[in-house]
Write a protein that binds this ligand. Structure first.
Ligand SMILES: Nc1ncnc2c1ncn2[C@@H]1O[C@H](COP(=O)(O)OP(=O)(O)O)[C@@H](O)[C@H]1O
Ligand SMILES: [Mg+2]
Length: 475
């Protein structure tokens, strides 16, 4: 039966040569698998289980943990694709597979650390924890490890995956990476209480070890983070370098001397509220391409108002909301705003009119900004990067000194590297993020070599094709 299973699995999945094979044959009690993105970690875990289940049948009892339900769903989806063809049955209410000869694999997410208590007293032969770096505290993980025991004498194992970054970056690094940074070296630890020595090992697996992913995946990753961070993700570099968040800011490219903005360019205002901390208002105009040096679609930030006492940083001026509104209206004299967005928090009503309402009464209207953080930062990043011909899609008048001072200084959040460290002075950047989200920019894909122009008289079919293409429909 077991051999039949193995054959069955091989039909749908086999480990890639290298790290996945090593994982499946590794006798160590504890393995950290991966350490970089896209290395085939999740598939490796699922394959490891199938192998274990086929060997120990009804005595194989496993549990798969992840921090977030959404990501767990993805894993369950992949598991169904792999295990369905080898006869496993999925029980939705228990979030569990049963395999033909009795092995069981459950799935759970640990939204908070206390959830680990629930598993005390359970017995598993395999515990899998995906994306260990997402668990801020190692203690609940230790509790999960303590559930590894088998009355039937099955060798019990703990298997986890991780990437650099995340709230648990440090504890993963200390336990698995620091003792042998290159991996593939067993680390032994003697438990003083029981006298038992347990071994653990880090098996690195990088995107280049995964032939199922092509170069496009790497390009996608490059869109998500700074060069340093992407290097960390690709190479599994755990000494994550905390460089500037917007490391593609160049004052010689992005800072420009003020000029008269053409009247017909649409203008947008964005606002990040603050009182004890600075508020930030920024105004930008959308180029229509009529000025040669400024590409069509480029946002030109032409004014800022930053609520901060002169000569100080990250301190607010506690201006009343009415006065902020009046100040904005006064600065916009003679201008018409095509759009105005603000931090959605100002729309909250807490026993009285909201800040937005108060400002509205002064003639200063806003709509709620899209305040999604990583996608918003990504928008700023891609606009700074530019249109592929090296022309930035975001330019800032050199008079906007607070934006110019604070944007390049922002750091990565230590625990969420795809986000900005909110301890930094991020108010002008927040306003810029809201602003950019009103006009999402998508970098044009590089076009293939243009076809030779055919000067002959087109045939009827060619005419028809051209006509259809113009209508945007397919034949
Ligand atoms: N051995 C394998 N056979 C077939 N596809 C694989 C294999 N290993 C990985 N993949 C595929 O490669 C992609 C990335 O692998 P995944 O395990 O999700 O990586 P990670 O969890 O490290 O980000 C997925 O589409 C996955 O199905
Ligand atoms: Mg994964």
């Amino acid at each position: 039966m077991a051999a039949q299973h193995e054959r069955g699995l091989v039909r749908v999945w086999r480990p890639h040569p290298g790290p996945q094979e090593w994982l499946l044959s590794c006798p160590a009690f504890e393995v950290l698998f991966g350490g970089a993105r896209g290395g085939g970690k999740t598939d490796g875990m699922l394959g490891d289980w199938a192998c274990h289940a086929s060997r120990y049948g009804q005595h194989a009892i496993g549990k798969f943990f992840r921090r977030e339900l959404e990501q767990l769903k993805e894993t369950m989806h992949r598991a169904k694709a792999l295990y369905g063809p080898i006869g496993a049955v999925w029980h939705e209410s228990d979030k569990m597979f049963t395999f033909p000869d009795g092995a069981r694999l459950g799935f759970a997410y640990l939204d908070n650390d206390a959830d680990a208590e629930k598993y005390q007293g359970h017995s598993y032969t395999r515990v899998y924890v995906e994306e260990l770096q997402n668990f801020p505290d190692p203690l609940p993980i230790a509790k999960l490890r303590a559930t590894l025991r088998s009355g039937a004498g099955v060798p019990c194992r703990f298997r986890a995956t991780a990437n650099p970054g995340g709230p648990g970056h440090q504890h993963v690094k200390v336990r698995y990476i620091d003792p042998a940074p290159g991996g593939m070296v067993p680390i032994y630890e003697r438990d003083e209480e029981t006298g038992i020595t347990l071994d653990r090992i880090y098996i690195p697996s990088k995107v280049k070890d995964n032939p199922s992913l092509d170069a496009r995946y790497i390009v996608q990753l490059k869109m998500l983070g700074s060069a340093e961070l992407v290097r960390a993700w690709l190479d599994g570099d755990w000494d994550v370098i905390q460089g500037a968040f917007f490391d593609n800011w160049r004052s010689d490219r992005h800072m420009i001397k003020p000029f008269a903005i053409p009247k017909h360019w649409p203008r947008i205002r964005a606002f990040d509220w603050g009182s004890a901390k600075p508020f930030a208002v920024i105004w930008a105009a959308l180029s229509d391409g009529s000025i040669p040096a400024i590409p069509r679609g480029c946002l030109v930030v032409y004014r800022e108002w930053y609520g901060c006492p002169d000569g100080q940083a990250n301190v607010g001026i506690k201006l009343k909301n009415e006065l902020i509104a009046q100040g904005i209206v006064a600065r916009e004299e003679g201008e018409e705003m095509a759009d105005a967005v603000a931090d959605p928090a100002i729309f909250a009503e807490e026993g009285g009119p909201s800040i937005a309402e108060v400002m509205h009464r002064e003639g200063c209207r806003f709509r709620r900004a899209d305040n999604k953080r990583p996608p918003g930062w990504q928008q700023i990043r891609s606009r700074l990067e530019g249109d592929g011909d090296g022309r930035p899609m975001l330019m800032v008048f050199d008079t906007c000194r607070h934006l110019i001072r604070t944007l390049p200084a922002l750091q990565h959040d230590q625990h969420r590297p795809e986000d900005v460290d909110t301890d930094g002075e991020d108010h002008a950047a927040d306003a810029l993020r809201y602003l950019c989200m009103t006009r999402p920019y998508h970098r044009p894909q590089p076009v293939e070599k243009p076809r030779e122009i055919d000067t002959r008289i087109p045939t009827f079919n060619q005419l028809l094709e051209m006509h259809e293409a113009q209508r945007g429909s397919r034949i």
